[in-house]
Design a protein around this ligand. Structure first.
Ligand SMILES: NC(=O)c1ccc[n+]([C@@H]2O[C@H](COP(=O)([O-])OP(=O)(O)OC[C@H]3O[C@@H](n4cnc5c(N)ncnc54)[C@H](OP(=O)(O)O)[C@@H]3O)[C@@H](O)[C@H]2O)c1
Length: 223
C-alpha cells in the first residue's frame, strides 16, 4: 500500500509518515513544490492523508483542490486531518476545518476524518512552560506518535470508512503537565500573535479543548 501524505514534511506529516512506516506501509510525503502537479504525483497511490498547513488562510479551498486531484488521479481513499471541536464559531481556523470536513464527506471518496486535540509536543516540558491562556484550562492532549499510530490504523485496517474520530492521548491542564515534569509554568500573554490564535487562546481560557481518550485507546488496541 502506498499513501500520499499532503503536508507530509511538517510536524504533523512527519508523525503520520513515521506511523505508516512502522506498519510497513510506504508513505509519499508531499509539500509545496508538489502542489502544481498534484494529480500526476498522487497517481498510483492507494490512499491519501490530507493535512492543511498551519493557519492556511483558506483551508476549504486547499482541501477542495486536494480532493479534486485525488478524484482525478483515481485515488479513492482519503483521511482528512481536522481538529477537535471544528464547529466552534469563535475560532475562525476551526470553522475552516468544519467546512473542509463537509467537503470531504461529500467528495465521493472513501473518507475518514481524524479530529486531534492539541499536541503534547506543543509544550516543551524540559524547562519553564509559558502559555498565553489559563494554566488550568482542560485539554485532551494528543501525542504525535499516537497520531501516527492512529493514522496507520485507520488506513490499514477495515471498518474506518465513513468514521470521524476525536483523538487524545491524555486529559490534563498545562499546570498539571508542568507540575508532573517538575518545571514551572506561567501564563504570559502575547499581544503580537495572529488574530486567529488570539481568538483560539480566548476560547481556551473560557472552555479549554477537552477531548476524551477512549477512542484512541480502542483504535490502538490499548486496554
Ligand atoms: N498544533 C496542534 O496542536 C494541532 C492540533 C490539531 C490540528 N492541527 C492541525 O495540523 C495541521 C498541520 O499543522 P503542522 O504544524 O504540522 O503544519 P506545518 O508544519 O505548518 O505543515 C507544513 C506542511 O504543509 C506544506 N505547505 C505549507 N504551505 C503550503 C501550501 N500553500 N500549499 C501546499 N502545501 C503547503 C509544507 O510544505 P513544504 O514541505 O514545502 O514546506 C509542509 O509539508 C494544521 O492544519 C493544524 O491546524 C494542529
Amino acid at each position: 500500500m502506498r499513501v500520499a501524505v499532503l503536508g507530509g514534511h511538517g510536524k504533523t506529516g512527519r508523525a503520520v509518515v513515521g506511523g505508516l512506516a512502522a506498519r510497513g506501509t510506504e508513505a509519499l510525503p508531499l509539500g509545496r513544490a508538489d502542489w502544481p502537479r498534484l494529480t500526476r504525483t498522487v497517481r498510483g497511490c492507494d490512499a491519501a492523508y490530507v493535512i492543511a498547513p498551519n493557519l492556511h488562510p483558506d483551508e476549504p479551498s486547499y482541501v477542495a483542490e486536494a480532493l479534486a486531484a485525488l478524484s482525478e488521479a483515481g485515488v479513492g481513499r482519503v483521511v482528512y486531518h481536522s481538529v477537535a471541536s471544528p464547529y466552534a464559531p469563535a475560532m475562525p481556523h476551526h470553522l475552516g476545518k468544519a467546512a473542509s470536513e463537509d467537503l470531504v464527506r461529500r467528495s465521493g471518496l472513501d473518507w475518514t476524518i481524524l479530529q486531534p486535540g492539541a499536541y503534547l509536543q506543543n509544550l516543551d516540558l524540559t524547562g519553564p512552560v509559558d502559555v498565553p491562556y489559563s494554566l488550568d484550562a482542560r485539554f485532551g492532549f494528543l501525542d504525535l506518535a499516537d497520531l501516527g499510530r492512529a493514522a496507520a490504523a485507520v488506513l490499514t485496517q477495515p471498518g474506518h470508512v465513513g468514521a470521524t474520530y476525536e483523538l487524545a492521548s491524555r486529559a490534563a491542564s498545562v499546570r498539571e503537565l508542568a507540575d508532573e515534569a517538575g518545571v514551572p509554568s506561567r501564563r504570559v500573554d502575547d499581544p503580537q500573535v495572529h488574530p486567529w490564535l488570539s481568538a483560539m487562546f480566548a476560547y481556551y481560557d473560557d472552555h479549554g479543548l477537552p477531548v476524551g481518550t477512549r477512542v484512541l485507546d480502542v483504535l490502538l488496541g490499548r486496554s
